[in-house]
Write a protein that binds this ligand. Sequence first.
Ligand SMILES: Cc1cc2nc3c(=O)[nH]c(=O)nc-3n(C[C@H](O)[C@H](O)[C@H](O)COP(=O)(O)OP(=O)(O)OC[C@H]3O[C@@H](n4cnc5c(N)ncnc54)[C@H](O)[C@@H]3O)c2cc1C
Length: 514
Amino acid sequence: MPHPVTDDPEYDLAVIGAGPAGLAGAVAAAELGLSVALLDASSQPGGQFYRHPAPALGATRPEALHHDWATFTALRRRLADSTATLLAGHHVWTVVRAEARDLWDVHAVTGADGDRDRPVRVRARAVLLATGAYERHLPFPGWTVPGVVGAGGAQAMLKSGLVLPGLRASPAGARPGAGARVVVAGSGPLLLAVAATLAAAGARVPAVVEASGYLGYARHPRTLAANPHKVAEAARHGAALLRHGVRLRTRSAVTRVHGSDRVEAVTVSRLDRDWRPVRGSGRRIACDALAVGFGLVPQLDLATGLGCATRRARDGSHLLDLDAQQETSVPGIWAAGETGGIGGVELALTEGELAGRAIAARLGGRAAAGGSGRGRALRRRRARMRAFAAVMAAVHAPGAGWSRWLDDTTDVCRCEEVGAGRIREAATAFGARDARTVKLLTRAGMGWCQGRMCGTAVACLAAEGREQGPPPAPERRPLAVPVRLDALAALTGTAASDPGEPEEHAAGEDSTGG
Ligand SMILES: Cc1cc2nc3c(=O)[nH]c(=O)nc-3n(C[C@H](O)[C@H](O)[C@H](O)COP(=O)(O)OP(=O)(O)OC[C@H]3O[C@@H](n4cnc5c(N)ncnc54)[C@H](O)[C@@H]3O)c2cc1C
């Protein structure tokens, strides 16, 4: 029997995502008088940055792994003191326009998995998408060996589960995974934060392997000068790595993992400017685990399902195209945080507050929030940090030569076990030119993760050797998270209408000029 859909009361604003951006947006809007529902798939608020252990783990100092815990506790207190309703454990799978009135229906299922799943519909006059980002992965031989984890994933394991990757049976009383050797690799500033946190928690980090260099930042002295907190953060991580004796290798990548049942070692190769491995440069490093990630990609499934316009970042990823008030191209749908570009926690907090204030002004029939002193200060801060985010995306943009790390047998789609050779064949022999066509021919991207692990790699391989043309628009998937059939069946008679034609007018353009 399908569970009936539970209708929550109608709200002024539904905020999807309780990370820094969503929390800041929900609190700002609620304090300005809006009724707010804040939905998040996780069982507790905080998102990626403020991820913390579940109470059942009994952590006595959850703040120990954070350097900005006070901001989070202040936000959490303001949320609790406000009228906003936190709907934790709500996985939103679609947002559609409600029939008849100027409202949005947010559809979610509750519970982790299985029997407890219950369909819920939240109605609201406006929606703020604060769904964050996920890690960009690039495959290489051995990346599916147990012990290879995402760099952000390693951070998440530690922050929420208090465990380190490379876990071996620990002596009684020892911290799980303490003493394990973890190589941290990929590209982007997150690697430094991850390595510093792992080392502080007791892992040994033989090396941080960065595919780009850091000199690209030096070409933008004014942007650096305008963002001293970012420079200070990098210096803090650098000092921590020095203290723990961690070696930093730039313009290098892990091009092979050794071991079959578990990671035993990695090969690190030097890269040329296009990220092609330099022949004969491979060096083997013994380790128990590899934490690897190539930056972050905005989580846009709900937004593209609604037809929100996107643009391209300098690293090739799709971002939401937002106006000065954080509104998307679909009136009534707003966005904040990593959905509009990868820029870090301070930018997410700033955009969240700006969006919350702008929505309160719009629904209250007042002029846009940017006119007030606080609004102007927030907009100046946003401009400063967005400039830094653009530099960061350019410095760490994946070079086209990364695909030289692959051999034809390397699984690119690990859910469906589709190798690089089959994807290249789909492109060269059958004319596939984008990830969607490759998926139809090979099943790559059709598995449980819905292309989140392999999407970037499949799109790059499909485009290899193609004449330069406009890059394909981001994929539209009608379901943002897995939904059971009985949840869909329960919608009969509710307002789950078709979202209409997409408005992805700007896909392929970079309105930042890159
Ligand atoms: C794995 C990972 C680890 C990271 N670790 C760090 C770190 O250690 N240090 C650092 O400076 N930065 C880290 N970042 C970057 C970090 O994401 C940002 O700096 C900051 O958290 C962005 O805030 P946000 O609110 O935009 O998104 P997030 O913090 O990512 O919050 C988004 C929230 O939306 C929820 N959500 C998404 N989709 C749905 C849906 N369909 N239904 C319901 N809820 C949904 C998620 O559960 C999440 O709580 C990490 C990123 C990732 C992906």
